[in-house]
Design a protein around this ligand. Structure first.
Ligand code: ATP
Ligand code: MG
Length: 563
């Protein structure tokens, strides 16, 4: 039995209190299928999120089989299935792969057979068996909703909460999905709640709850709805609601409420601890499920893959075309007898030549660095934001944010390592940068790519949408070159103000510090920018990586539901 007692939900806007739900009392026995209906904005989703534990009630209490959820803790994540309006599954994966992935993340199974049986059972009970090998992107709207429901069945939840899963469907598909939810509710330990705009297909529900501006104005059998609201068909209930104040409707309902609830099964039936397969898989199991799924999606997404490949191979080419013959030796000065005109001319020529070489070396490295920052932002800016709604639901289903972030880190590290090593080795083999030793340069390139990847991952975890994250990340890359000081020296004060934030500067400066001394002199002449020592550059870049990851962690912990 699910019971809500005197629930209020109030939010603050400025100084004003806005009451989104007031005095909500209701009781639903197990094995029951309930609809929550009401005009747009009346608080249906808010109520559903309260029951799911996504919103915290301001007043009142919620009980599950006699257990006070407000005091004794929410239901386990495996006990609740929450199906939001928009179907959220990986488009590149097949129906079966999506279900398998959810089972791996949310339900612990003992062996392969148990795992396969569970997946088959879910496919069968939701009528998706014939579509198991179909990629999600080609499914119809109704089939996608079916899949959304299927994904929630991996833990055999006691409470299945669906928000507008039928909206936008044609009447036949709507009917099919309502019938499926009805079937799923024919189970003595489960309650299925469906929020819907639609007043069609109400017959299949055991009860209908009507909300009007945050108040319950009816809860009872669908067949009594028309009589109660004095209308000839259910569709006329909304216009009827607008004829009286919500409190007047709520007062009328309070007079009938007790009679309805008295006929329900006795209070507190059901075992409060009837938790079914309520064991969330270990962190390691979740990590590998997420990590391998990410690679699978990576290789399925042809557009993305081609972009990665062309960036990986193409960008180093962009660098080497500037110095196909390799960096030349610096010219020695003042070999001729001093004072003669010829000697002065020779010296001038050598200076010009060396300055030019300094510019070339600095430019080549800066180009490597900038292209790696671009790769970094391309690696991660959409990584979390692009799948935020799926992640939110998986988090609700028991996926640990830290494990999720670790799987991203492992995936992105592979990209960063391949991109940076290839950039360093390819460019070095052609251009022969005058490095005292190759390793520090590699580390600088790894770190700048790592720093930008991790900062853009942070942005991705905070952004509202993937497009917003991409845009911010591209701006960040755009600022790297002008503010690095490698092309034009900034005024001193501006340099010190911006430098701490510019990863490209530190990577470039660190690499410059590792150049042969006879080149470094000319690089300094030509760039006129303060060059930090290599150890400091490494430290700052490591700090950028750490800050990015910290932001990403805060971002993934924070709930971010769209609907
Ligand atoms: N976090 C919030 N901050 C401010 N207002 C909110 C918040 N959440 C919900 N609301 C407001 O509360 C009201 C109820 O929202 P809710 O999403 O529950 O409506 P709904 O009945 O589900 O509507 P719809 O049928 O359009 O989905 C709306 O007016 C909405 O703008
Ligand atoms: Mg809603």
């Amino acid at each position: 039995m699910l019971e809500l007692e005197n629930i209020h939900f109030t939010i603050q806007k400025g100084k004003e209190d806005i009451h989104l739900l007031e005095k909500v009392d209701l009781r639903v026995p197990t094995g029951h299928f309930m609809a929550i209906v009401g005009p747009s904005g009346c608080g249906k989703s808010t109520l559903l999120k309260l029951i799911a534990g996504l919103n915290q009630e301001s007043e009142g209490s919620i009980h599950w089989n006699g257990r006070n959820l407000s005091e004794e803790g929410d239901l386990e994540c495996s006990e609740i299935g929450y199906v939001p309006q928009f179907s959220i599954a990986y488009e590149e994966l097949t129906v079966e792969e999506n279900i398998e992935s959810t089972v791996r993340l949310r339900a612990k199974t003992e062996n392969r057979k148990e795992f396969e049986d569970l997946v088959d059972g879910i496919l069968n009970s939701t009528g998706l068996d014939a579509l198991r090998d179909r990629p999600v992107k080609v499914l119809s709207g109704g089939q996608k909703r079916r899949l959304s429901l299927a994904l929630e069945l991996s833990t055999d939840p006691v409470l299945l909460l669906c928000d507008e899963v039928t909206s936008g469907l044609d009447p036949k598909s709507e009917q099919d999905i309502v019938a499926l939810m009805h079937e799923l509710s024919r189970n003595e330990h489960r309650i299925v709640v469906n929020v819907t705009h639609s007043l069609a297909n109400l017959d299949l529900y055991d009860s209908v709850l009507v909300l009007d501006a945050g108040r319950v104005v009816y809860h009872g059998p669908p067949r009594a709805l028309e009589h109660y609201f004095s209308v000839s068909k259910a569709e006329d209930v909304y216009p009827q609601l607008s004829k009286r104040d919500k409190n007047a409707w709520a007062d009328s309902w309070s007079k009938h409420r007790d009679a309805y609830y008295e006929n329900l099964p006795a209070k507190n039936t059901g075992d409060p601890n009837v938790s079914v397969s309520a064991v969330t898989p270990s962190a390691a199991a979740q990590f590998f499920a997420l990590f391998f799924r990410r690679w699978k999606i990576f290789f399925r997404d042809w557009g993305g893959l081609m972009l990665q490949a062309s960036i990986l191979l193409g960008f180093p080419f962009l660098v080497i075309v500037f110095e196909l013959g390799g960096v030349e030796q610096t010219m020695r000065l003042a070999d001729a007898a001093p004072g003669t005109k010829a000697a002065m001319e020779a010296e001038q020529e050598a200076i010009t030549f060396n300055l030019n070489l300094g510019g070339v070396v600095s430019g080549l490295v800066m180009f490597q660095v900038i292209l790696l920052t671009l790769m970094g932002s391309n690696n991660s800016s959409r990584e979390i934001a692009g799948e935020r709604q799926i992640f939110e639901k998986e988090k609700l289903g028991g996926v640990r944010p830290l494990v999720y972030l670790s799987s991203k880190l492992a995936f992105l590290s592979v990209l960063v390592i391949i991109q940076s090593l290839w950039m360093a080795i390819f460019v070095q083999s052609i251009c022969k940068l005058p490095l005292e030793s190759f390793l520090p340069h590699i580390i600088m390139l790894l770190l700048v790519n790592g720093a930008m990847t991790s900062i853009c991952l942070g942005i991705s975890s905070m952004a509202k949408t993937a497009d917003q994250a991409s845009l911010l990340s591209i701006y960040l890359v755009g600022f790297q070159l002008p503010l690095s000081g490698a092309v034009l020296a900034l005024p001193d004060w501006a340099g010190w103000l911006t430098r701490p934030f510019i990863s490209a500067y530190w990577s470039w400066a660190g690499s410059m510090d590792g150049m042969e001394k006879n080149y470094l002199r000319w690089i300094k002449e030509v760039t006129d920018t303060w060059l930090g020592p290599m150890w400091l550059c490494m430290l700052v870049l490591l700090a950028h990586v750490a800050i990015g990851l910290f932001i990403a962690y805060v971002g993934v912990k924070r709930p971010r539901w769209e609907h």
